[in-house]
Design a protein. Structure first.
Length: 445
């Protein structure tokens, strides 16, 4: 019997004219492996990762499923249109679709909002029966099946397995789409399922996919105890509040934690208050950093610039702070109003958005501002954030940070430090001004 073919697509944010790819670290896309695991044997499956390869629009397929994030929405819609013009039905899913279903609905035969894995089998049944509905709303919950990575066999991803340990966050930062999407709730995943996925992972190194690993402390502690005997290494994301509990940090390190991504966002109490991240304002940031480093854990620090109290001096202080504490790596991002967030609504109401839908705007490029900041011109803030990244990635600064990283990371993480940080400077330049959704030269005419 002829099998039905499903093509999964992960879009890139865009590509510069004449260039096939943009440089970025490619992690395996876990959501694709999860959907593959829930796809019955009677379907053939194909996967194109638009970040690293060209999509073969001529390859036979019966249906296409595209994952959409805000940054990739414009390109995702163009890809969807190319398939639909060829008579192939398209399903769109992902965070952006859930936050903006009306927009995606116009560009797809079906949309999946919420957790796709809870509705994927039903969608396939309907499609097989010729009764595809226009919308499927996923419920909270995790898939029970183990991710199937067979579609990644020929792709060159970082040798790191993504393992999902929880979703959502209890906080309500005004710029954060995650908190809106999960309505300030945290969903913890069953530890048995996490351990099973770790045991099936092809790599020793793991990225624990969790928006805030420290959102449920008891769950995190139980997870650390369960991971410790496995002697794996992992990186994850959490808040600085973890530093207030030395026993928590010790258990985290014992379970294999090498690197933690922390959203410091700002050193300014007023900016933290504006973003509704006041729970960070009372923390002694320098002392917290020292405790995490002393526990043997490296820090990937992220900062955001452009709140109303931020000035050029704020950026200078932030870069000096990052250099002083010799972070494993750091990001200096300008504020970006994601649709669905309170920040977006506030800026829109006050008439400060430069584009109502920047993610679809024809002339919007990566690295540009989408709103008018108070103490900078949009161009100045973009330039200053870029300069901050370059200053932090300058050779002597990287050298000092690398020597510091020797003290608290494993040999492999230390090797990765050089690969990551020496690449970061050029990576920043390559990504700047990439047209969002741009350069679909390879699209069939
Ligand atoms: S702590 Fe992090 S994940 Fe949680 S709402 Fe704030 S930015 Fe989002």
């Amino acid at each position: 019997m002829k099998k039905t073919t499903i093509t999964f697509i992960l879009p890139a944010i865009g590509k510069k004219p004449g260039e096939k790819y943009i440089g970025t670290w490619k992690m395996e896309p876990l959501a694709i492996a999860v959907l593959k695991s829930l796809t019955p044997e009677r379907f053939d499956t194909v996967f194109f990762d638009d970040r690293i390869e060209l999509i073969d629009y001529g390859k036979k397929t019966d249906i296409v499923a595209i994952t959409v994030e805000t940054y990739t929405a414009k390109r995702a819609y163009k890809i969807a249109s190319a398939y639909r013009e060829r008579g192939v039905p398209v399903v769109l899913g992902g965070y952006h679709v859930a936050l903006f279903p009306e927009e995606a609905q116009k560009r797809a035969d079906a949309i999946l909002t919420g957790n796709a894995e809870t509705m994927w089998p039903a969608l396939l049944e309907d499609f097989s029966a010729g009764a595809l509905r226009s919308r499927y709303d996923g419920a909270p919950g995790f898939q029970a099946a183990a991710p199937d990575r067979s579609l990644f066999a020929e792709k060159k991803y970082l040798p790191v397995s993504l393992i999902e340990t929880g979703r959502g966050c209890v906080h309500n930062c005004n710029f954060c789409a995650i908190s809106q999407y999960y309505r300030c709730r945290y969903y913890k995943r069953d530890i048995e399922d996490i351990l099973r996925d770790v045991s099936l992972s092809p790599h020793k190194y793991h990225f624990l996919v969790d928006d805030n690993l420290t959102a449920d402390k008891a769950h995190a502690e139980a997870l650390f105890s369960a991971l410790a005997p496995l002697r794996i290494k992992w990186a994850g994301q959490g808040t600085l509040a973890m530093a207030s509990d030395p026993a928590f940090l010790k258990a985290m390190k014992k379970s294999g934690c090498e690197l933690i991504l922390i959203g410091f966002e700002s050193l300014e109490a007023e900016s933290l208050r504006q973003m509704n991240k006041g729970f960070m304002a009372g923390l002694a940031q320098g002392e917290s950093v020292r405790r995490i480093h002393d526990a043997g854990i490296g820090i990937y620090a992220t900062f955001v610039m452009g709140y109303d109290g931020d000035t050029p001096a704020t950026i200078e202080r932030t870069v000096a702070f990052a250099k002083k504490h010799k972070f494993y790596t750091a990001a200096f991002n300008h504020l970006l109003p994601y649709p669905g967030t309170r920040l977006y609504r506030d800026l829109r109401q006050s008439g400060r958005l430069l584009h109502d839908a920047w993610w679809l705007a024809e002339d919007y490029n990566y690295g540009e501002l989408a709103f008018r900041p108070k103490h900078f011109t949009p161009e100045e803030l973009s330039r200053r954030c870029h300069e901050a990244r370059r200053e932090f990635s300058a050779g002597p600064v990287v050298l000092r940070r690398g020597l510091h990283a020797m003290r608290h990371t494993s040999p492999l993480m230390w090797s990765l430090f050089w690969a990551m940080n020496l690449r970061l400077g050029t990576e920043v330049d390559e990504k700047m001004n990439v047209p969002i959704g741009g350069n679909l030269d390879e699209l069939p005419k």
